[in-house]
Design a protein. Structure first.
Length: 123
C-alpha cells in the first residue's frame, strides 16, 4: 500500500472517532436534558432502607422566560431504595433526564431516620 492511502485511512478513522465521541457530549448537557435538584429529603422507607424525596425545578419554564406562579415552577418526586445512589438512579430513570445536583442547597434528614444508631451507613 502506498503511504498516501495509509494516511487517508488513518485520517478517516480518526475523523469518525472524533465526530462520534464529541457529538453526544454537546447535546447531552443541554439545559433541556438536565433536571436540577433544589433540595433533597431523606426519610425511613416502608419497603427499603430509605426514602429519598427530591425537589426539582422545571427548566422548560426558565427557557421560556419564567412564570409568575412560583408553585408551578417546582415539582417533588420520591423513590425508595437501599442507598442514595440507587434512589437517584431510580429518579433519573423515572423523569428521563440527567439529574444535576449542582443547585442542591439543602439536604434534610427526618428525625426518625437520624435517630437510627448507624444511619450514615445507608448513605
Amino acid at each position: 500500500m502506498s503511504k498516501n492511502l495509509v494516511n487517508i485511512i488513518i485520517f478517516a478513522i480518526l475523523l469518525v472517532i472524533f465526530i462520534n465521541g464529541f457529538s453526544e457530549s454537546y447535546t447531552m448537557h443541554n439545559i433541556s436534558n438536565l433536571a436540577h435538584v433544589l433540595a433533597l429529603g431523606i426519610d425511613k422507607g416502608e419497603n427499603a432502607k430509605l426514602k429519598l424525596s427530591a425537589q426539582f425545578s422545571k427548566s422548560s419554564l426558565f427557557a421560556k422566560g419564567g412564570s409568575s406562579d412560583a408553585s408551578s415552577s417546582i415539582f417533588l418526586i420520591s423513590a425508595e431504595a437501599d442507598s442514595i445512589f440507587s434512589a437517584l438512579n431510580l429518579l433519573n430513570s423515572y423523569i428521563g433526564k440527567e439529574i444535576n445536583l449542582s443547585h442542591c442547597s439543602v439536604i434534610i434528614f427526618s428525625e426518625d431516620y437520624a435517630k437510627e444508631r448507624y444511619f450514615y451507613r445507608n448513605l
